[in-house]
Ligand binder design. Sequence first.
Ligand code: 5RP
Length: 239
Amino acid sequence: MTDPVQEMKRAVGRAAADRVASGMVVGLGTGSTAVHAIARLGERLRSGQLDGIAGVATSFQSSVLAREHGIPLVALDQTDRIDIAIDGADEVAPNLCLIKGGGGAHTREKIVDALAETFVVVVDESKLVDRLGTVFPVPIEVVPMAVAAVMHAVESLGGRPELRMAEKKAGPVVTDQGNLLIDARFDAIDQPAQLERTLNNIPGVLDNGLFVDLADLVLVGAVADGVPSVREYRGESAT
Ligand code: 5RP
């Protein structure tokens, strides 16, 4: 039996990839939903539906997948534009602010997604929340020597920080940049722009997973009676 969550992710990833046109420079997101967008881009290239695109990877994962699917990659400093970025999210609020970084790639994702002319977010329904921070902690990428100091600073802001530990390796998760991740739980985040700035002002923090005013379009995958569908989310209440 197919997993409905996987079906939603597949449907929405593919729908976003179908918005890409020949010649575009595409930001390639990270995570289990973005994977489907990358695979679909490869499929469209191979079938001749698309040509002349180039991808800008947001992580080691997305660069490996791009190669696997035959998508030519371009470095950020070798392109003067990113036409569209397609990326997942961990939470989407009604004002389209996001929490990202479940895959630990938010620092590079924010650079690429923010530069894109159009940033398309691809999620399944479970990611829609009424208030940011109610389900997911805010990931913070930290230079290793500063971990204890950043944890204290997060606590003094009312957050509950935890060092992200690896599952198939002893010790902490190490990011693609060689840094560590703190997941900071805040009960509900009413002023994400302010919290994003405050966290990024702590010495030792590279960037955090609050994405404020960056999303242009949110596509949501759903499955009803085994039939997948995709809709545009315009910020109505999640409940
Ligand atoms: C990685 C991310 C992902 O886009 C986010 O965690 C969503 O992942 P998934 O599509 O696997 O649920 O921000 O850093």
